[in-house]
Design a protein around this ligand. Structure first.
Ligand code: ADP
Ligand code: MG
Length: 341
């Protein structure tokens, strides 16, 4: 972004309550032209609620936001004309073929006729559906529908593209193919991308990330800078007496340590304990020499975004998987809103 260019997305104190629950709690941030900006957070953090407000599908309780200079509450039509949205839930036409779905969408968005087919070909290739392009969507598996949905969102090159958990449940090859395409779009068309994810490695693709937890932004920076804040190396110990080890580590080394239980922990493999140290290599020998509690296994690695999240919230993102019932509820709510407008 040019230093004095106005932000494409400008959010100030945006808040949304549902009864007693504050789903999005006074968030503020700005996204510049051509930026890939990510919201990273566990299930229920408020990511979809934020996207829905920015896309004008949901009214904020308080606070304000503009998109391409248009107020999301007062200039809904102008905002909608500037955006493309890829949601998780299928809104494809079952009776049409893959190609027809794409071309129909391109037509709605005024993509020039001469370009419709070539774009369709390109995005189908990207999601690996070229050989099925003339088959009706009703014959597609769930995964194939998801891929087509994403392909469709990329057909018209919008000013701002919103992607809500775009690659949830997709295999790694498809995920990286989609990312390649997103990067390409940005290069060619200077498109601004706002996406949500709870995949750490996916967030690494973003220029900047806001880490969101319980409706609040707890950190906002480049992936590199966020990891740098953790600093040093991460040592993970497994022990059946993690709580006792934790006390011992705090006492003997003056280090902050956290325990984190992951699915399957607490069994014979014991509980996990995380330590941040300036250098794993020099610290480990000391640890073994001086620690009395029993250690079952040790790993040392460089920090990831998961460590950043753990440090900020005391929890791990991957503990919290997207609940099917929750996804269903979101889908129903969104459909109601779409009809309501
Ligand atoms: N329409 C709604 N009515 C009541 N609660 C809602 C509604 N939409 C979202 N929520 C709640 O708000 C919180 C944030 O939800 P959401 O934005 O979907 O989180 P995320 O997308 O990060 O998983 C959750 O606790 C969710 O159950
Ligand atoms: Mg969501």
């Amino acid at each position: 972004m040019a230093p004095d260019a106005p932000p494409v997305i400008d959010v100030d104190g945006l808040t949304r309550r549902f009864g007693q629950l504050t789903a999005v709690d006074g968030i503020s941030f700005q996204v510049g032209r051509g930026e890939i900006f990510g919201f990273l957070g566990p299930n229920g953090a408020g990511k979809t609620t934020t996207i829905n407000m920015l896309c004008t599908l949901l009214k904020p309780t308080s606070g304000r936001a503009t998109l391409a200079g248009h107020d999301i509450a007062r200039e809904q039509n102008a905002v909608r004309q500037s955006i493309g949205i890829v949601f998780q839930d299928p809104t494809l036409d079952e009776q049409l073929t893959a190609c027809e779905n794409l071309e129909f969408h391109a037509m709605l968005y005024n993509v020039p006729k001469a370009e419709r087919q070539s774009r369709a070909r390109r995005v189908l290739e990207m999601v690996g559906l070229t050989s099925r392009r003339h088959d009706r969507v009703e014959t597609f598996s769930g995964g194939m529908r998801r891929r087509l949905e994403i392909a469709r969102g990329l057909m018209h090159y919008p000013y701002v593209l919103f992607l809500d958990e775009p690659t949830l449940g997709l295999d790694p090859q498809t995920r990286s193919a989609i990312w390649e395409h997103v990067h390409e779009l940005r290069l060619q068309y200077d498109i601004t991308v706002f996406l949500t994810t709870h995949y750490m490695d996916e967030a690494e693709n973003c220029d900047r990330i806001a880490i969101i937890d319980k409706g609040k932004i707890v950190a906002l920076d480049t992936p590199g800078a966020l990891k740098h804040e953790v600093g040093g190396d991460i040592i993970t110990l497994r022990s059946t007496e993690a709580a006792r080890l934790l006390e011992e580590i705090v006492e003997k080394f003056g280090l902050e340590a956290t325990t984190a239980t992951a699915p399957g922990d607490g069994g014979p493999a014991g509980e996990r304990l995380h330590l941040e140290v300036p250098s794993g290599r020099t610290f480990l020998p000391r640890l073994f020499r001086e620690l009395e509690g029993e250690i079952l296994s040790v790993t040392v690695r460089e920090p990831t975004l998961d460590d950043v999240f753990l440090r900020l919230t005391g929890r791990q993102i991957r503990e919290e998987t997207v609940d099917k019932k929750d996804a269903m509820k979101t889908r129903i709510r969104r459909r109601r809103r779409m009809v309501g407008h």
